[in-house]
Design a protein around this ligand. Structure first.
Ligand SMILES: [Zn+2]
Length: 434
């Protein structure tokens, strides 16, 4: 049993729908009691301290803010070694950089080495849970699950399936995609906090036969996560039209094969039509919003407010999408999400952004009964934000009037240096002071 004494902030409801007074909880001097990996009690320190058993170790953070651990709903661990690859948009970037880097993951030792770097970097950035693309090689998925299991992380990943339009060493077949995915799913899904994700890379790299096989697998496992990419780049959307002329549009390709449902997570979705957004809503499917990646590849700027339209809300989670994304930091990602909203002539407030990266992403993954909030019964995944992590943030904070401004300063100026500590499954997994 441990306790954390600090200011904290969490959400009990959706601030895109409800007033902040009904959705956000902020406590300037709080106590979070953790027992067996779960949050046991939370509230003002003065209320909880008198009943705190004497042998409980208390971790105190001054000038800090504890938030639910950040959740990354779309990221490629195999691209850790090729972040900041210059000069291309999506399709050339895949051919010239990504498909070369991913071939190295046939080697399990290489995969394990990168998985360790990737997970360590996530933890240092306060990211406690993520939905991750492996590579086509099953051993690359084993490598990441093994590393995540060591840290008791709630991590979800799967083998990328591709049987056309990629270099030969990265191709499987429809049957191999089905067999290898199913074997990994049986081995890892719901083992501890791990979950398997059925993972066709995107429609252009799968034949109709492969999508059919993965749709069959999805039908056999109706609760299992699915992830792929959708409507990221206009050249890609046109290519899908050429490859699947018989389908109504890009989303309809996936829908036809039974891949659009609750817990289907589609990366990007910048260029969806109104009809496609309606279908996403009807199916209970999810968008992973990855603004640093969208700006880096020149793909466009996603309209989060349109997606969340209360008339037909689509679930939206935040994603870094490394290595097209440019930072492991969810604060840096929210900074870019703010700019994407600005380009749509809308203002994304800091509480809404922080919600999107925590409870909102948990909701988008149908995990909001387990993670994303600081409430009794929730898994104790937490990030501690140092509110004065750089000299200029420290200076700027002198002029902050209220908690909303404090949060906005952090999301616009903060990065990995702002994370003072990270707790995973109730244990301190990272402490900047160590
Ligand atoms: Zn991606």
């Amino acid at each position: 049993m441990i306790a954390i004494r600090s200011a904290y902030m969490t959400f009990t409801d959706d601030p895109f729908v409800k007033d902040l007074s009904e959705s956000m909880v902020y406590e300037s001097d709080g106590l979070i009691l953790i027992e067996d990996g779960k949050i046991a009690k939370v509230g003002p320190a003065q209320d909880l301290l008198p009943d705190l058993p004497e042998d409980v170790e208390v971790h105190t953070y001054k000038d800090s803010l504890v938030v639910p651990g950040f959740i990354d709903s779309h990221v490629h661990y195999a691209q850790t070694e090729m972040i900041a690859a210059y000069g291309e948009q999506l399709l050339d970037w895949l051919n010239n950089y990504t498909f070369i880097a991913e071939q190295g993951f046939a080697d399990k030792d290489h995969a394990t080495e990168i998985a360790n770097v990737f997970v360590d970097e996530q933890i240092k950035n306060g990211v406690t849970s993520s939905v991750v693309y492996g590579t086509v090689f099953p051993q690359s998925v084993d490598a990441l699950f093994e590393v995540a299991e060591k840290h008791s992380m709630r991590l979800m990943t799967g083998k990328v399936c591709m049987d056309r339009n990629a270099p030969e060493p990265l191709l499987d077949t429809a049957q191999r995609a089905y067999d290898e995915s199913k074997a990994l799913l049986e081995k890892w899904n719901n083992k501890g906090r791990l979950e398997y994700v059925i993972t066709p890379r995107f429609a252009p790299t799968s034949t109709p036969e492969q999508l059919e096989a993965l749709g069959q697998l999805a039908k056999e496992y109706p609760d299992v996560l699915i992830q792929t990419h959708l409507s990221e780049n206009l050249g890609e959307v046109a290519w899908v039209k050429d490859l699947f002329p018989e389908r109504e549009g890009y989303l309809d390709v996936y829908d036809h094969y039974g891949l659009v449902r609750e817990r289907s997570v589609f990366g990007h979705c910048i260029h969806l039509t109104d009809k496609e957004l309606q279908t996403m809503h009807d199916r209970g499917a999810t968008i992973a919003h990855c603004p640093t990646s969208n700006f880096f590849l020149g793909s466009g700027y996603f309209d989060i407010f349109k997606a969340l339209d209360p008339e037909r809300p689509v679930r939206v989670g935040m994603g870094t999408d490394l290595g097209a994304g440019t930072s492991f930091s969810m604060l840096a990602t929210l900074n870019e999400a703010y700019k994407a909203a600005q380009l749509n002539n809308k203002a994304l407030s800091a509480p809404r952004a922080l919600y999107a990266a925590t409870r909102g992403t948990a909701h988008s993954l149908y995990l909001d009964d387990k993670i994303g909030s600081i409430e009794p019964g929730y898994e104790a995944d937490l990030a501690v934000i140092d509110l004065h992590s750089t000299p200029i943030i420290d200076y700027r904070m002198k002029y902050a009037k209220d908690i909303e401004e404090v949060l906005f300063i952090q999301m616009i100026m903060g990065d990995d240096r702002a994370i003072a500590a990270t707790y995973i499954d109730g244990k301190r997994a990272f402490n900047r002071e160590d």
